[in-house]
Design a protein around this ligand. Structure first.
Ligand SMILES: O=C(O)C1=C[C@@H](OP(=O)(O)O)[C@@H](O)[C@H](O)C1
Ligand SMILES: C=C(OP(=O)(O)O)C(=O)O
Length: 428
């Protein structure tokens, strides 16, 4: 990382494909009998897990530069897997797969890495169980997940937590259930599943916070264009906003309202940001330009915006430290149930730069960093991609060389992150 110090970051770039959309495209293309092509998918460890598992079910997945061709025998002709379905570090793969396997109605065991073993899966088992799925969890909560073949009936379900993973699992199961399933959300979570199901020919009705889907519908093969991932773009956006002389344009990135809460934060902070929407059909797409600003103020985030930027909160802590006033995040208890307890990790690691925090059970207050005061140069990444990239942004922006125990988890969502920083750098 030494080569990235004392630089400014300028130019145009496309970030890798959206992780949430790539997972869904792989799964829906697998459910549809015939051939679908996914253009500009995310090729990373997490999405690789999803495609490997679809392969275990009997789907042919051909990977080429910039696209994946999926040829499926249709979900009624899937092979019952003999081996465990290994989801690695991917919560999205694990939870969406529970809905998909429950729907198809087959015996399977789903297991992930040591982080997945600690993430709650009862939030998916509860609604699927009401539909009739037979799912066993360790201590009623954790993987390995044992699924037994069963038939499903439709439910009406009120979501207790805002979670697109739970919602999507229910929708996958609902495709195969007898009757019409209705889901009510209290706060809207990302809606990629709803948008893509419609693209694959499914009749799905979205009415504000309620979603209705009739069972017995099949998907038709389609070509999917995956936009850039705004959660990956977030690291470049924050770096540009806080590093003198920087001016970055991120092209063809997802601007989906349910994902793009970070844009509101930049606007609240008085950052120098310009948005150009280039397409609003299905998934909104466009370009984001961010320039360095000396006049960043502060943000206060709670309630409905939180699911719209949930994965960006670690790097937003860095942005907050470069504001003129303290910034606050509340209602983000969910961060404690991600790859690691992200609230703990953010505070413990950023405090080593001298950034001060007040911790809440569901968030934090971050104070402006007046003076860099390193208390250590040894950092922990917790095998969490978002924490590692947050630390790299902070280190680069503050011209500080740090040692992170292991940075390999970057490959989970943004394999070319350091290469992209190299491409954008320019000596100051
Ligand atoms: O559905 C998805 O693709 C995701 C939903 C979010 O999780 P929750 O559903 O647990 O909020 C998010 O944190 C995760 O990175 C991806
Ligand atoms: C939480 C994340 O992903 P997942 O839940 O799929 O592991 C993430 O990408 O930040």
């Amino acid at each position: 990382m030494k080569s990235l110090l004392n630089q400014k970051f300028t130019g145009s770039i496309q970030v890798p494909g959206d992780k949430s959309i790539t997972h869904r495209a792989l799964m829906m293309a697998s459910l549809a009998e015939g051939t679908s092509v996914i253009h500009s998918p995310l090729e990373s460890e997490d999405t690789f897990r999803t495609s490997e598992i679809m392969g275990q079910l009997g789907v042919d997945i051909k990977r080429e530069e910039g696209r994946i061709t999926v040829t499926s025998p249709g979900s009624s002709n899937f092979t019952t897997p003999e081996e465990v379905l290994y989801t690695g570090n991917s919560g999205t793969t694990t939870r969406l797969l529970m809905g998909l396997i429950a729907g198809i109605g087959m015996d399977a065991t789903i297991e992930g890495d040591s982080s997945i073993a600690k993430r709650p899966m009862d939030r998916v088992r509860t609604p699927l169980g009401k539909m009739g799925a037979d799912i066993s969890l360790v201590d009623g909560k954790y993987p390995p997940i044992l699924m037994k073949r069963s038939t499903l009936k439709a439910i009406e379900y009120e979501m207790p937590v805002a979670s697109a993973q739970v919602k999507s699992a229910i929708l996958f199961a609902a495709l195969y259930a007898d009757g019409e399933t209705t889901i009510h959300e209290k706060i809207k979570s990302r809606n990629h599943t709803e948008i893509m199901l419609e693209q694959f020919g499914v009749d799905i009705e979205v009415d504000g916070l309620s979603i209705r889907l009739k069972g017995g519908q099949s998907l038709e093969p389609r070509d999917v264009q995956v936009p850039g991932d705004i959660s990956s773009a977030a690291f470049l956006m924050v770096l540009a906003a806080i590093t003198e002389g920087s001016d970055i344009t991120i092209e063809n990135v997802s601007l989906n309202e349910t994902r793009a809460g970070i844009i509101d934060v930049f606007q609240q902070m008085n950052a120098d940001i310009e948005i150009e929407e280039t397409s609003s059909e299905g998934e909104a797409i466009g370009n984001i330009r961010i320039r360095h600003s000396k006049d960043l103020t502060s943000f206060e985030l709670s309630g409905e915006i939180i699911p719209r930027l949930i994965d960006e909160i670690p790097v937003l802590a860095v942005l907050g430290a470069f504001g003129s006033e303290p910034s606050v995040i509340k209602d983000a208890l969910e961060l404690r149930y991600k790859e690691t307890d992200r609230l703990r990790a953010v505070i413990d690691e950023l405090e080593k730069f001298g950034i001060e925090f007040e911790e809440f059970e569901d968030g934090f207050k971050v104070y402006p960093l007046k003076e860099l005061k390193m208390t250590s140069d040894s950092f922990k990444g917790y095998h969490d991609h978002r924490i590692i990239m947050m630390l790299l942004v902070m280190a680069v922006a503050s011209n500080t060389e740090i040692n992170i125990d292991d940075t390999s988890a970057i490959n989970i969502s943004y394999p070319g992150f350091l290469e992209d920083l190299e491409k954008l750098k320019q000596a100051r």
